[in-house]
Design a protein around this ligand. Structure first.
Ligand code: NDP
Length: 312
């Protein structure tokens, strides 16, 4: 088996990975970057990005990613496709296996694998995926103009998505499992004041129904208590906004993670618990999860990797 050597291996093709690649290429680290199954990351599932600095008119998510990719390529980043299937961080240089058979030996690794939207785990979510079930209101909200939709979750994302959808749809249900919202006060107030949003507290979703596409949801109020009550709502769209799971499973044997699976960083750096392995973007950020903050940490990770190489 041929092993390819590199000074810097970047795993992940989102804003963090590409920004790390731009900086690492310009620092002459000749990085190799691996894009996974969703090249461009979560931004490619967004329509318009209006808060990335430098684009006063906004820019489409896929276009922004194409630009970042092209910029990384321009400075010599070697961009390839493949899934990391195994890593060995026990010794330097580190070993990273791609797609089960391609082995890379790297002096430094930057993990920028992002996070994926969480689902409830109902078989009906799979059944109606793309047929009324979505985890991205900004991507799919457009299809529900003047219709009725439901959003699941009680955090800032759920409130943001419910508010966004309320400007398109006729009616929005927000399905919250607790008796309160977890979102910030300002978001809570906006949601509760919005006329066409109905918040269903203490409510869980147990199924969806519909001939070919989603036509309704089966809900339970006060699940598992004496007051348990089953009912149905008629909806055309069902949006999940119950948080994200960081894509860290493959690194778990070596990299220290928090209880939610996000990579723990050392102090105010992008260093992980393994010297020479750095992390950038959503994979190490449960809090901000913005394209620009991911890009910022990608820059920092490349600078940290460059300094590490100089020092060792
Ligand atoms: P959060 O983890 O904050 O919230 C997840 C929500 O989903 C919670 O209400 C949780 O319920 C609920 N939930 C989780 N699992 C289930 C389940 N199986 N069934 C039903 N409900 C479930 O995630 P967010 O994505 O909302 O936010 C992540 C971070 O990003 C936060 O720090 C947030 O503040 C930030 N953010 C900030 C924004 C802004 O400032 N504009 C916008 C979006 C996010 P429970 O409360 O019962 O645990």
């Amino acid at each position: 088996m041929n092993t390819i050597n590199t000074k810097c291996l970047i795993i992940g093709g989102g804003p963090a990975g590409f920004t790390a690649a731009i900086y690492a290429s310009r620092a002459n680290l000749q990085p190799i970057l691996f894009e996974g199954i969703q090249p461009g990351g979560q931004l490619t599932t967004t329509t318009e990005v209006e808060n990335f600095p430098g684009y006063p008119e906004g820019i489409s998510g896929p276009l922004l990613m194409e630009d970042l990719r092209a910029q990384a390529k321009k400075y010599g980043a070697d961009i390839r496709s493949g899934q990391v299937t195994k890593v060995d961080f026990s010794n330097r240089p580190f070993t990273v296996t791609i797609d089960g058979d391609k082995v890379f030996s790297a002096e430094t690794v930057i993990i920028a694998t992002g996070a994926s939207a969480r689902y409830l785990g109902l078989p009906d979510e799979q059944k109606y995926m793309g047929m009324g079930v979505s985890a991205c209101a900004t991507c799919d909200g457009f299809f529900y103009r003047k219709k009725t939709v439901a959003v699941v979750g009680g955090g800032d994302t759920a409130c943001e998505e419910a508010l966004y959808l309320s400007s398109l749809a006729n009616k929005v249900y927000l399905i919250v499992r607790k008796d309160h919202l977890r979102a910030s006060k300002v978001m809570q107030r906006r949601v509760l004041e919005k006329e066409n949003i109905t918040v269903l507290f203490n409510t869980n979703t147990v199924g969806l129904f519909g001939e070919e596409v989603v036509e309704g949801a089966k809900l339970v109020e006060h699940l598992g208590t004496e007051r348990e009550q089953h009912f149905e709502i008629a909806i055309d769209g069902f949006f999940l906004a119950i948080g994200h799971t960081p894509n860290t499973a493959v690194f778990k044997p070596y990299i220290e993670l928090d209880e939610a699976g996000f990579i723990k960083l050392q102090g105010n750096t992008t260093a992980t618990n393994i010297e020479g392995v750095f992390a950038a973007g959503d994979v190490a950020d449960p809090r901000y999860r913005q394209a620009v903050s991911a890009a910022g940490t990608g820059c920092r990770a490349a600078i940290d990797a460059e300094r590490f190489i100089l020092e060792h």
